[in-house]
Design a protein around this ligand. Structure first.
Ligand code: 13P
Length: 290
């Protein structure tokens, strides 16, 4: 059964480790991530962006797929299905579809007051269904149309105002960005992280753009209150690299080598291995149900 992400993240915050939130890209991707969680006995958050959700048949299809896989893969560790960067309407659709966790990305709104008002409404709706909710303060940068923007840092006072609405975990910009980090990236802003943690107390914090951040910075972020780390790009790169190598090896030209279940398997195994590597780095190995 899918669970809300609240309990697993409160335990992570208290235990000074983080739970990986891995984006889904298709059915086999989901299988690989669940396998990684079960083999490491780690809780896991499977998250779906609007675009990937549509690619996989829509939110209802996503929720049914994951719920059925929990049974067919005999999962024994806690699994949450989370909406990544939802709009207000997207959150309503994910709640209706049976997601066990949602993110309302109010940083997309024109002003902070709209973010505050919509977050307050969605906290009530989510909690009425036993669903956990993540909010966001301060934009997460990234590359769009070839232009890379620097990650915007969140204002600790705004974080406190959003935290006081009763959200279960909070995404806050601390210089992190989505996608591949540029060579001149300045690193995570630990002074900002410390000020936010001071303002919000034990509320679990979320680090978006978890791909490509040096391991020492990841560990320091976890020690300073980050309890959920989002990873997508590194899994995608692992898939692409393994798939390219397999096609270059000539295996695809052997009898039945063209079967997609065969020729894409090395890529999906690489996603599983990458997720296991991250789970070990984040310290959530063996923390299923603890
Ligand atoms: P990356 O693709 O940079 O790992 O970021 C994932 C993410 O933050 C999804 O919200």
């Amino acid at each position: 059964m899918l669970v809300s992400a609240t309990d697993m993240l409160q335990k992570a915050e208290a235990g000074h480790y983080a739970v990986g939130a891995f984006n889904l890209n298709n059915l086999e991707w989901t299988t690989s991530l669940l396998r990684a969680a079960e083999e490491t006995q780690s809780p896991i958050i499977l998250q779906v962006s609007k675009g990937a959700g549509a690619h996989m048949g829509g939110f209802k299809c996503n929720a049914l797929m994951v719920a059925e896989m929990l049974k067919s893969q005999h999962m024994t560790v806690p699994v949450a299905l989370h909406l990544d960067h939802g709009t207000y309407e997207g959150c309503l659709a994910a709640l209706d579809a049976g997601f066990s966790s949602i993110m309302y990305d109010g940083s997309q709104e024109a002003d902070f007051e709209t973010n505050l008002k919509n977050t307050a409404e969605l906290v009530k709706l989510a909690h009425a269904q036993g669903v956990s909710i993540e909010a966001e303060v301060g934009g997460i940068g990234g590359t769009e149309d070839g232009v890379t923007s620097r990650g915007e840092c969140a204002d600790p006072e705004e974080c406190k105002r959003i935290a006081d609405l009763g959200v279960d975990f909070l995404a806050c910009g601390i210089g992190n960005i989505h996608g591949v980090y540029p060579d001149d990236w300045e690193g995570l802003q630990f002074d900002v992280l410390a000020a936010i943690k001071e303002a919000v107390g034990h509320l679990p914090l979320v680090l978006h753009g978890g791909s490509g951040i040096p391991d020492d910075q990841i560990k320091k972020a976890i020690q300073n209150g980050v309890s959920k780390i989002n990873v997508n790009t590194e899994c995608q790169i692992a898939f692409a690299d393994a798939t390219k190598a397999h096609f270059a090896s000539g295996e695809v030209d052997k009898p039945k080598g063209f079967d997609p279940r065969k020729c894409l398997k090395p890529g999906f195994d690489a996603v599983c291995d990458k997720a296991k590597e991250k789970i070990a780095l984040f310290g959530s190995e063996g923390k299923g149900w603890n």
